[in-house]
Design a protein around this ligand. Sequence first.
Ligand code: ADP
Ligand code: MG
Length: 207
Amino acid sequence: MSTETILKAAEAAREAIAANESEIEHLDRAIGDGDHYINIKRGAETIIALAPDLADKAPGEAMKAIAMKLMSTIGGASGPLIASFFLAASKTEGIDEPWTAATVARLTRDGVEAIKKRGKADLGHKTMLDVLIPVAAALEDGAASGEAGDALAERVVATAEAGKDSTRDLTAHYGRAAFLGERAIGTVDPGAMSSFIIIRAICGATR
Ligand code: ADP
Ligand code: MG
């Protein structure tokens, strides 16, 4: 069931990435090097290509296999970061038990902490973390209060959108956008945009 959920989420992400190509691409052209769309598209396609091998695996093992494959296939700064999310999530407590809201909150938290550790960035540094950190917190709040699935999904999407928008007025500390200094102000971070698009798609597909 949960490995099926992962694959369903990957398919939803792949479709959403393709549907928002120009939106993602123009941001990385403006304040990066223009490859972010290609990198995440390749990431989603890699997971889907692995699907036949993953279907019979427990979620922890499936996520570990995804992490290993992503490490060697996605380029850029974002590849190792996304791979580290999956590797940490694969070891989350209870990952191979039937998933609850608490499992999803925990695996997201563990994955986000791994991205922070690996990339040394934090909230306010104009990266994907400006979306992922608040989303992890929203999932934890929702799981703790027993919020219903649809309401929680809506709040997570709104949180991701607000986090994405918050990057517009920030200067970047990491990645290529950091070299632009003040000139990056006014443009949303591409990784924050793609994270929002992916989270919105996953919430729509798995609720
Ligand atoms: P590259 O920056 O190598 O071209 P991508 O274009 O695929 O790689 O990814 C760029 C995105 O990665 C940025 O928009 C940002 O959200 C994210 N990013 C870059 N460095 C970091 C970091 N240290 N921590 C978290 N996210 C980062
Ligand atoms: Mg780039």
